[in-house]
Design a protein around this ligand. Structure first.
Ligand SMILES: [Cu+2]
Length: 157
């Protein structure tokens, strides 16, 4: 391990720590500063981002806030599975969720945690619009032919 690699790692970790403390826009600013230092002080080629700079970008984008509005549309097959696989929905606490579910068979669609349940006719969409005022990870489920999760709703604090 070279000395410059260790210094780069210190710069990256420092930028991440400062960014996390600053929160919000600060995360991106500190991440940008860390990348800047790597490129101009350590002479990393900006064209091919080094692992360290990539780590900053990943860490800062992961820390960015969830959207205030989440819109999702899910089609459910006759076996109760979401077409295209389990859907992941992310929204910021206090934001709004607009979710449409269209099951192939007559079904009950259930947003756990918020405990909102709607009856759907076969191939007829039902829409859920609600304020995400509780944070956590919640299952969205259909109950026919058996209980099955079709989406995961993640409300970030
Ligand atoms: Cu349920």
């Amino acid at each position: 391990m070279s000395v410059s690699f260790v210094l780069e790692a210190v710069v990256v970790l420092g930028a991440i720590v400062m960014g996390t403390r600053a929160g919000g826009v600060g995360v991106g600013l500190w991440g940008g500063l860390g990348t800047f230092v790597l490129v101009f002080i350590f002479g990393e080629a900006p064209g091919e981002p080094p692992a360290a700079a990539l780590a900053i970008i990943l860490a800062t984008s992961g820390g960015s806030s969830a959207p205030d509005k989440a819109t999702a549309s899910i089609t459910v097959d006759r076996t109760g599975h979401a077409v295209g696989g389990l859907k992941h929905i992310t929204v910021k606490k206090g934001g709004s969720v607009d979710l449409t579910v269209t099951p192939a068979i007559a079904d009950e669609v259930h947003v756990h945690g918020y405990d909102i349940e709607k009856e759907a006719e076969a191939a007829k969409p039902v829409t859920f619009r609600f304020k995400a005022d509780m944070d956590g990870v919640f299952e969205v489920e259909v109950h026919k032919p058996t209980d099955n999760q079709i989406a995961e709703l993640e409300v970030e604090p």
